[in-house]
Design a protein around this ligand. Structure first.
Ligand code: BEZ
Length: 211
């Protein structure tokens, strides 16, 4: 059965560009994003890996570790890193799993044979420090992912874990948030002393609380 939100991210051991990784130990008390790309030395993947490397300070700020995966071997990943640096300005500064036997790819449902029988599709898993899957997205091979959107979701997850709020459409850091319907107006007076604007009884907007 395929993985779903709230499931424990399966643990595994795999070789990577930064040595052998025991996945849960590697995550430790951080958040993690695990993302697959179809194969090395391909154009869309090259742009994605360079961009994820560029975003490292943003991931660090949020306590998130990134890890990539493709079914090519470690020496291929290492050679490809030079191209990523020369074309994107950033070499991968996170591990890339080598999964030639597709063990991790199959464990995480990254193989979609009707789309491609041999290579993985583009998946993204956001995993929290309790090792629960909090977001999963699957993209086709020909579409590069929007990693700014992944950061935006992580901001929402971390905020909504800390406060009884939800984030509205296209929300970004610093914008108003929604008080969840389970919070009564009486409780909301305590939790959100700066008040709120009720557009309907169930749609109450308040300033973003600090994390
Ligand atoms: C790419 O990363 O450029 C790519 C990979 C597989 C199919 C199409 C594009």
């Amino acid at each position: 059965m395929s993985l779903r939100l709230g499931d424990t991210a399966p643990d595994f051991t795999a070789e990577s560009t930064q040595g052998k990784i025991q996945f849960h130990d590697w995550i430790g008390s951080s958040w993690a994003i695990l993302f697959s790309h179809p194969r090395d030395f391909t154009p869309v993947c090259t742009t994605e890996l360079g961009y994820v490397a560029r975003l490292k300070p943003e991931f660090d700020k949020r306590g998130v570790k990134a890890i990539g995966l493709s079914i090519d071997p470690v020496d291929s990943h290492a050679k490809w890193s030079d191209d990523i640096k020369s074309t994107q300005g950033h070499a991968p500064n996170f591990p890339i799993i080598a999964d030639p036997e597709k063990k991790v790819a199959n464990l995480y449902g990254m193989m979609h044979p009707a789309h491609d029988e041999v290579y993985t599709v583009r998946t993204v898993f956001v995993i929290d420090p309790k090792k629960k899957i909090r977001l999963l997205i699957t993209y086709p091979q020909t579409t590069g992912r929007n990693f700014d959107e992944i950061l935006r979701v992580i901001d929402s997850l971390q905020l909504t874990d800390a406060h009884r709020v939800a984030t509205p459409v296209n929300w970004k850091q610093g914008e108003d948030v929604i008080i969840v319907p389970a919070v009564t107006d009486d409780e909301a007076k305590q939790k959100f002393p700066s008040g709120w604007k009720a557009l309907t009884p169930y749609l109450r907007l308040t300033k973003q609380p600090s994390k």
